[in-house]
Design a protein around this ligand. Structure first.
Ligand code: PLP
Length: 215
């Protein structure tokens, strides 16, 4: 636990002066580890990647985000458990979230995931497709567009990362002009959050930087 607290202290020092929410990325971590971070640090939200893990660890006293790729047939398991779905990148997923949200009488906050480096292996919309997708989101009453999420390539160097993050920031600023509900730019992980924050991120998702290397 001392380690978690010291790690989180270091992260907050690194982003001091910036208005940023830190979400703990909790894949492979136990609920005890997660609770330890939430109870002893300023971090108040857990971000899960996998539906199975979310269900297994779910504790309604904690606030959860869904940050991983989401299959449409799994939306029903997470819809009433998460504050925010970070990873919406296709119409079919949007339609399913809308349908499930309405069943529960909810309006679900979502982020549009962007693929700033056009990596083929990754989900996310290309930047040029974000505006029209955002207009589509407006047509769904069970969904509210809260912003943009980006995952930069793992092995990029600082200059390339900056280019990715600035691209996402540009899309975020553009989106804000037309959609009043947009307020969140989710980008930055353990390796790259200092750069992401300096490029305008106001939410970072950090796993190894808090919990240590994965076991
Ligand atoms: C795992 C993960 C993170 C955190 O990654 P770390 O390198 O452990 O900080 C953030 N976002 C997403 C979508 C992830 O899958």
């Amino acid at each position: 636990m001392e380690n978690f607290v010291a790690n989180v202290d270091r992260i907050f020092k690194e982003i001091e002066g910036f208005d940023v929410e830190v979400v703990a990325a909790t894949k492979t971590r136990t609920i005890e580890e997660i609770r330890c971070v939430i109870d002893n640090t300023p971090i108040k939200v857990a971000g899960e990647n996998r539906v199975q893990e979310l269900i297994a660890k779910y504790d309604q006293d904690l606030t959860w985000d869904f940050i991983g790729q989401l299959q449409t047939n799994k939306v029903k398991y997470v819809i009433d458990k998460v504050r925010l779905i970070h990873s919406v990148d296709r119409l079919e997923l949007l339609q399913t979230i809308d349908k499930e949200a309405k069943k529960h009488g909810l309006i679900k906050d979502i982020l549009i995931e962007v693929n700033t480096a056009k990596e083929e292996s990754k989900g996310g919309l290309f930047l040029e497709d974000v505006m029209s997708f955002a207009d589509t989101v407006k047509g769904f009453e069970g969904v509210r567009l809260a912003g943009i999420m980006a995952v930069a390539p793992l092995y990029y160097e600082a200059g390339e990362l900056e280019k990715c993050f600035k691209g996402a920031y540009g899309a975020y600023e553009e989106l804000k002009k037309y959609h009043v509900s947009v307020k969140c730019l989710s980008m930055g992980m353990s390796n790259d959050y200092p750069i992401a924050v300096r490029c305008g991120a106001n939410l970072v998702r950090i796993g190894r930087g808090i919990f240590g290397e994965r076991h």
